[in-house]
Design a protein around this ligand. Structure first.
Ligand SMILES: NC(=O)c1ccc[n+]([C@@H]2O[C@H](COP(=O)([O-])OP(=O)(O)OC[C@H]3O[C@@H](n4cnc5c(N)ncnc54)[C@H](O)[C@@H]3O)[C@@H](O)[C@H]2O)c1
Length: 264
């Protein structure tokens, strides 16, 4: 299926690591121009250079951005528009969690969790929507989580934010659908990076890989009807589809990419 993404301009937040990396490479392979918005410039540069070697026909650039700062988000969208013209697609991929029981989580963790997982999505949507409304065109895909659909042990505030991303997606889909803009959420289950090479300094997997040992992964697989964990490409494929015109009649949905972990 030709997703017709060639020539489109796509912003992917948090694309220096794991799932975002696979999403950026996926768009680059399809011939899109990709803007990687991440705080980890060194790792983002590596992904951009990999993307630019794929020969898809588009160009990938890095704009160092802290997506929890609205002014930086606005500046990033301005830079992306100067470089490539109209923004066709936004993928809100940035996320962060440190697994802890709610009663043991310090206030600073809640603040960071809400900033990274929810405020960043609000900011990025606010910054791209005016031009999408004016152009009468746009697709926004936000990476939520199964934790936002069914809740998750030791991820209470994170789960609340990810449910918030779904609510924001549905509500805005109702507001801006009339301008030809779609918004959808993708909800991955556990998606362990293949190697340390594929994650950055700020990746949640810096700590996560110590907890999610190969033995723990083997046990976790039994919770999935398909008996495997997710790959970054599993989520990237769903994101690319929902960001394409092939999916132009799908909006306000949350799609589980979780091997059947949840079926709601
Ligand atoms: N990996 C999983 O098991 C899993 C499961 C469900 C949902 N998710 C969601 O998928 C998304 C990607 O997960 P991942 O495993 O690839 O995460 P990751 O931690 O490996 O990558 C996140 C990226 O975001 C960047 N980042 C962090 N804070 C930032 C900020 N303030 N501004 C800009 N960039 C920032 C990091 O530098 C990193 O490159 C997240 O939204 C996560 O919540 C992941």
């Amino acid at each position: 299926m030709d997703l017709k993404l060639a020539g489109k301009t796509v912003i992917v937040t948090g694309a220096a690591s794991n799932i975002g990396r696979a999403i950026a490479l996926g768009f680059a392979r399809e011939g899109a121009n990709v803007v990687i918005a991440d705080i980890d410039e060194g790792q983002a540069d590596k992904v951009a250079s990999e993307a630019n070697k794929l020969g898809g026909g588009g160009r990938t650039i890095v704009v160092r951005t802290d997506v929890t700062e609205y002014q930086e988000v606005e500046a990033m969208v301005g830079r992306a528009s100067d470089e490539f013209g109209s923004i066709h697609v936004l993928v809100n991929n940035v996320g962060w969690v440190l697994d802890r029981l709610f009663l043991e989580q310090p206030h600073e963790d809640w603040e960071k969790t809400v900033s990274v997982n929810l405020w960043s999505v609000i900011y990025c949507m606010r910054a791209v929507l005016p031009q999408m409304v004016e152009n009468g065109y746009g697709h926004i895909v936000s990476i939520s989580s199964e934790a936002g659909r069914v809740g998750e042990y030791r991820e209470a505030v994170y789960g609340a934010c990810k449910a918030g991303v779904i609510g924001l997606t549905k509500s805005l889909a109702r507001e801006v659908g009339r301008y030809g803009i779609t918004l959808n959420a993708v909800c991955p289950a556990v998606t362990v990076p293949r190697s340390e090479e594929e994650i950055g300094e700020h990746s949640l997997w810096k700590v996560g890989l110590q907890v999610f040992t190969p033995e723990v992964q083997e046990k976790a697989k039994r919770l999935y009807p398909l008996r495997r964990l997710g790959t970054a490409e599993d989520t990237a494929n769903a994101a690319l589809f929902l960001a394409s015109d092939v999916a132009s009649f799908i909006t306000g949905q949350s799609l589980s990419v979780g091997g059947g972990f949840t079926m709601i």
